[in-house]
Design a protein around this ligand. Sequence first.
Ligand SMILES: NC(=O)c1ccc[n+]([C@@H]2O[C@H](COP(=O)([O-])OP(=O)(O)OC[C@H]3O[C@@H](n4cnc5c(N)ncnc54)[C@H](OP(=O)(O)O)[C@@H]3O)[C@@H](O)[C@H]2O)c1
Length: 253
Amino acid sequence: MQYPYEMENKIVLITGAGSGIGRATAKGFAELGASVILADRNLGAVEQVKNELASINTSIQTVEVDVSNPKSIEQMFSFVEMKYGRLDACVTCAGVISKTKLIELDLEEWNRVMAVNLTGTFLSIQGAYKLMLPNKSGSIVAIASDTAKRGGGRIGTAAYGASKGGVLALVKSIAREMAGSGIRINTICPGPAATEMHHELQPELVAQLAAGIPLGRFANPAEIANAIIFLCSDAASYFYGESMNVDGGVIME
Ligand SMILES: NC(=O)c1ccc[n+]([C@@H]2O[C@H](COP(=O)([O-])OP(=O)(O)OC[C@H]3O[C@@H](n4cnc5c(N)ncnc54)[C@H](OP(=O)(O)O)[C@@H]3O)[C@@H](O)[C@H]2O)c1
């Protein structure tokens, strides 16, 4: 393992790659020379990311996926299999936020969040696992949230927090089940990051939230991407079933 961060010749699939943390992760992998498949429900967004990265990496594919739809997930993995015949890393960034107070949280909103954040993550992990099994190697990184460990704020994140807590438990259970398969799986728990997910937050609220973070600011998406790429690399060969906080000191456990 001379160059443990080596990414050339690696096939990497990123869901939610059209924006925020997924887009930053795509950029990082592209700079390291990986073959990157950018998946998102917004095909135009991933096409734009591909165009932005064209000068540094020409091995980029895009695919439209709705991770809450099993058929769509199946098509995404068929595309990867047809194109490359294998998968080395999978990052499940696709996610939606919900800011709905408990009193107004109806089943439709609850199901919408669960379908993308929890079921979508489960289906993505399952598809990646199937593609990685023949080679008995690969790394899967699921994106949860600090909310999974500490609960959300007062803005009404019950559904979101529950979906992300589910991701943590899902990954721990899968990690035990897939032990010995040669495939690693870990979770990243980002703290607040400056992405489109928070585009509607008023500056006063951002300042208030930032004041509660020991590092005093939201993360740049690239700072989360760095940890994701590390977990996908051979440098993280002994990380397994871990839930890594990348949160400016919010959780500290
Ligand atoms: N930003 C934070 O503070 C923060 C903190 C902790 C955890 N996270 C987690 O990190 C991940 C990335 O978040 P982000 O901040 O980068 O958010 P983002 O900028 O909104 O990016 C999420 C991407 O996922 C896409 N997406 C949503 N639903 C999808 C679906 N059903 N199928 C496929 N793609 C879908 C979004 O498309 P649309 O634009 O069309 O919705 C968007 O392109 C999420 O899982 C989020 O929960 C974020």
